[in-house]
Write a protein that binds this ligand. Structure first.
Ligand code: AHR
Length: 663
């Protein structure tokens, strides 16, 4: 009896103790709304676009025909001779030679197909994604060859060879002319193909065979895939960096990115090999080229459409240092510098200027208002500094308002990193671009990375980052798991807290095709008809959609919240909308109760909105088949005056939006 009594006492005592301990674990958090620190740049959260993983051709550039102008290394790559019935014929590859350097090859189809048809079939980029009841615009540059009477039959073909759209073009002349026709598609097919077949007896020369959905982004002919651009638009990005990445550098200087070759008529843009074609032997992609259908004009237009500052990156006379490391000699650097000066004129110059006129002729008389420009990508060593100095003095002399992005190399620390920062600090560079592809733990520990950074001199551009988790399976999207996204969210509270020095940040890479990727993880995955935002995408979106104009302190028991007890937090105020945004990240497997007090301002609503992003398993990810497994949902939370009591669930990101009176 006595023993039982003792046991009961013990249980009661331990329950009391646990209760008291739990009470002690309630975090007391204060947000000091009336102590705004530095301003947050409008460029704080941006996007990094590189033509890697079929991001441009086969991705956002909505062209469905692969190798449309027969300029791939193998001229008929992506094409197949196709005979229907008794038809006979011949395919020849012809070269125009000097007549058109940018587009030398075309195909001659000769057919004997009085009853049936003969020609070519195009497989698209891992198939063509076609949607039922949608219109598709077919076009071709063609001329009749010899006598004879031929028609061109165009067929959209589904998986079982069923015809899901047909049209016919005829009355060809013996001069090159553009012919076009629109087709309605009768079924949804992610891996369709296109037949272009001659009927009758005779010959036809064809080139630039093209098929586009009619409903591209803003319905622009030869435009961009609307669903993919929508994903970017929804991020409300502060900037868009383009066209990369290592693609800017080229494996050697001859296949570096040259913006002047990407503007003007799309048909005259000379195709080159995409450097990611053969970069990784285990992810070789022999059919990866750059058609430049998405060129610098389209990039600027895209930036404008999604409300982002354009940030082009230019080659600085150095090829990729992981590849050839080829350098242009210092006394030959001038054309590279001229390219930079001309680019600024192309973007901003009046229609009277040489390059501004071209922009106006392409349909954009107004300036693109370029303010940022990158000199080189992931360059290092004194060769970079030497070249940067020449670029900088020429650009600043003519366009002092342009802010230049400079390189801190490929690693976020180490000798080269220290050397580059040291030199760039001496040169008073504008922004230094840091890259980090690291483990989730690195990101968790890195939430304080910028707390003690030297505030004098250049600002930071966290230009490429992503947490690389080891937890993945054969599904391409799987490496974008919740573990990685949560670690990035924790890290991003540190970026935000240090927005006085971190002016820009972007996850990398942006896009990847599930059937044609070279690099993962990536922010957004897609196939030919679908797109999925990763958990990492939703983290970016939460931060970018709740940016605020100024940082405000958020403290627990007077201390900055940087990961103690697995809790991370940052807070901002938007002085134009009078909203406070509080981001809280719990990376532990336990719920964290807290009491939050907003000081120095009156909260004007009794109930506020909290966006929650959470996952029960660190390995969870969003796939094309299950795209919303980890995606934000809203909860309304009651406030008591300026206070709220809540708990942040395990492995979660919470963003509170608190409307308040004007400060
Ligand atoms: O984002 C992929 C690559 O990573 C970029 O092209 C390069 O800058 C970095 O090494």
């Amino acid at each position: 009896m006595k023993q039982t009594y003792l046991k009961i006492c013990l249980i009661i005592a331990s329950l009391f103790l646990i209760n008291t301990m739990q009470a002690q674990l309630v975090q007391k958090i204060s947000v000091l709304a009336n102590k705004p620190k530095s301003e947050i740049q409008s460029t704080m959260w941006g996007i990094f676009f590189e033509d890697i993983n079929f991001a441009a051709d086969g991705g956002i550039y909505a062209e469905l025909v692969k190798n449309r102008s027969f300029e791939f290394y193998k001229p008929l790559m992506g094409w197949k001779e196709t005979k229907q019935g008794e038809a006979k014929g011949k395919i020849l590859i012809l070269n125009r030679g000097e007549a058109n350097q940018a587009n030398q090859r075309f195909v001659r189809i000769t057919a004997d197909a009085e009853k049936d048809s003969y020609g070519l079939s195009n497989e698209g980029f891992r198939g063509m994604g076609l949607i039922m009841n949608k219109q598709y615009n077919f076009s071709v540059l063609a001329r009749k060859f010899g006598d004879g009477n031929i028609r061109l039959k165009i067929e959209l073909v589904g998986a079982n060879d069923d015809k899901i759209g047909t049209a016919t073009l005829e009355q060809f002349t013996d001069q090159w002319e553009n012919y076009s026709v629109s087709l309605q598609c009768t079924a949804t097919e992610p891996k369709a193909k296109l037949n272009v077949l001659l009927e009758g007896k005779g010959g036809l020369d064809i080139d630039i065979v093209s098929l586009f959905p009619q409903d591209t982004w803003k319905n622009r002919p030869y435009g961009l895939r609307a669903d993919l651009v929508q994903m970017l638009f929804d991020l409300k990005p502060g900037f868009i960096r383009f066209p990369g990445g290592c693609i800017v550098e080229g494996q050697n200087l001859s296949n570096r990115y040259q913006w002047k070759k990407t503007i003007g008529s799309q048909q005259d843009r000379q195709l080159i090999l995409n450097r990611w074609n053969n970069e990784f032997s285990d992810r070789s992609t022999p059919d990866y080229f750059q058609s430049f259908g998405l060129g610098f004009f389209e990039y600027f237009q895209l930036a404008e459409d999604i409300g982002a500052e354009p940030l082009p990156i230019l080659n600085c006379g150095m090829a990729c240092q992981y590849n050839s490391g080829e350098l242009i000699a210092m006394d030959q650097l001038q054309p590279y510098i001229q390219d930079a000066l001309d680019l600024i004129e192309f973007a901003n110059g009046s229609s009277d200027s040489k390059w501004g006129k071209l922009r106006a002729e392409m349909g954009h008389p107004a300036s693109f208002n370029l303010k940022l420009l990158g000199v080189g990508n992931e360059q290092w060593d004194e060769q970079y500094i030497e070249r940067y100095k020449v670029f900088s003095s020429a650009i600043k002399a003519k366009y002092p308002y342009i802010k230049l992005i400079t390189s801190a190399g490929p690693s976020p620390d180490g000798n080269q990193f220290d050397y580059l920062w040291g030199e760039l600090r001496k040169l008073n560079a504008d922004l230094v671009d840091e890259h980090y592809y690291k483990s989730p733990d690195w990101f968790l520990n890195g939430a304080t990375r910028y707390d003690n950074y030297n505030r004098k001199g250049p600002k930071v551009f966290a230009g490429e980052y992503a947490a690389h988790s080891k937890k993945q399976n054969e599904n391409p999207e799987s490496q974008n798991n919740w573990e990685s996204a949560l670690a990035e969210a924790a890290f991003m509270t540190g970026l935000e807290r240090n927005a006085d020095i971190v002016y820009m940040a972007s996850y990398a890479p942006l896009f990847a095709h599930v059937d044609a990727w070279q690099w993962r993880p990536d922010l957004i995955w897609f196939d030919n008809t679908r797109v999925v935002g990763t958990p990492n995408y939703y983290v970016q979106k939460l931060f970018s959609n709740h940016r605020g104009t100024h940082i405000i302190p958020i403290l627990s028991e007077g201390n900055v919240i940087t990961g103690k007890d697995s809790l991370y937090a940052s807070a901002t105020i938007d002085k134009s909308t009078n909203e406070i945004f509080i981001k809280v990240v719990n990376t532990s497997s336990k719920q964290i109760p807290f009491e939050l007090n907003i000081e120095g301002v009156s909260v004007i609503k009794k109930s506020i909105i909290c966006q929650i992003l959470t996952g029960s398993n660190p390995m969870d990810y969003n796939s094309l088949d299950n795209p919303k497994k980890i995606s934000p949902f809203e909860k309304s939370i009651d406030m008591s005056g300026n206070k709220l009591k809540a708990s942040i669930e395990a492995h979660s990101v919470y963003v509170f939006t608190v409307p308040c009176k004007k400060l």
